[in-house]
Design a protein around this ligand. Structure first.
Ligand code: HEM
Length: 139
């Protein structure tokens, strides 16, 4: 029994040393599967949102999806490093208004609801996205 506990402890310790530990938020979002579910639901809501959908007319949606998943994983403390452009670079000249930003956030909240993300985790993730406002909204 003691041996088993020691073995489990050793395995856990090795796992933690070789990988960046996922923080609580990534885990609470449901890890890779949960983040992917959020982004896929988000794309559905975006596509139905008249205020923002036209902004994505020339966007490679598969690439946008990949970068969104990577960014959310990174932002929530998961084992990823966001490799896309900065928010200022990627949204420059797009003419994003406060109303468009709010609409997109509402779509994102709907997506988290669809994905079954608990309220507390939703709020924590929104709190990490909110500081990006100034780099995305123009004027
Ligand atoms: C917190 C809010 C937002 C986050 C976290 C976010 C995140 C991202 C990310 C990760 C990318 C990919 C960057 C890259 O291509 O390297 C991107 C691109 C893009 N975002 Fe946002 N975004 C936000 C708000 C908005 C808003 C409000 C709009 C417009 C309504 C918007 C429209 C776009 C478009 C059209 C692209 C694609 C640009 C292209 O095709 O080159 N985003 N965004």
């Amino acid at each position: 029994m003691t041996k088993t506990i020691l073995l489990i402890t050793a395995l856990l310790a090795t796992g933690c040393a070789s990988q960046r530990p996922a923080d609580d938020l990534y885990r609470d979002l449901g890890g890779d599967e949960g983040v992917t579910r959020i982004v896929d639901a988000f794309l559905v809501h975006l596509a139905e949102d008249e205020l923002v959908v036209d902004t994505f007319a020339d966007t490679d949606i598969a690439e946008f999806r990949r970068l969104m998943i990577e960014q959310l994983c990174d932002l929530s403390g998961g084992p990823c490093t966001y490799g896309g452009r900065t928010m200022a670079e990627s949204h420059a000249g797009m003419g994003v208004t406060p109303a468009m930003f709010n609409a997109l956030v509402a779509d994102f909240i709907d997506a988290m609801d669809d994905a079954g993300v608990p309220q507390g985790a939703q709020n924590r993730l929104l709190g990490r996205l909110a500081p990006m406002y100034g780099d995305i909204v123009e004027g």
